[in-house]
Design a binder for this molecule. Sequence first.
Ligand code: ZN
Ligand code: ZN
Ligand code: ZN
Length: 138
Amino acid sequence: MSMDKLEKQLTDKKINPTAMRLLILKFLKQQNGAVSLADIESSFEQSDRVTIYRTVKTFESKGLLHSITTNNVTQYALCSQECDANSHHDTHLHFVCSSCKKTICLTQVSIPQIEIPQGFQLDDIEIVAKGICRECKS
Ligand SMILES: [Zn+2]
Ligand SMILES: [Zn+2]
Ligand SMILES: [Zn+2]
């Protein structure tokens, strides 16, 4: 993937393409699954943790990344094209492989809308599928 393409992906989401942001985006695109902040930090040991944290938060707020929280661990995965700064549309199922421990976006499997009783305020729903991923199974 060329730097031009990465740069366009950032500017499309109205993110200023700094060198650090480009490197983090490149790293994210190389993963075949979600990554935690610690995963990113360990790949960019020379970089300041605050910068990495801010980059991830910027990406999330601009609709480039979405977060998945399982067992109190937050991981991040790249969004679909439809996400933007105002809203995320990542209503797909996430699959946690018990063998390789990866969290994978199953973008083709959408989570149905859930109705909750009146008087409750819904902030977030955590639904994850667990099992063995395709790569570990083959
Ligand atoms: Zn999103
Ligand atoms: Zn696996
Ligand atoms: Zn996802």
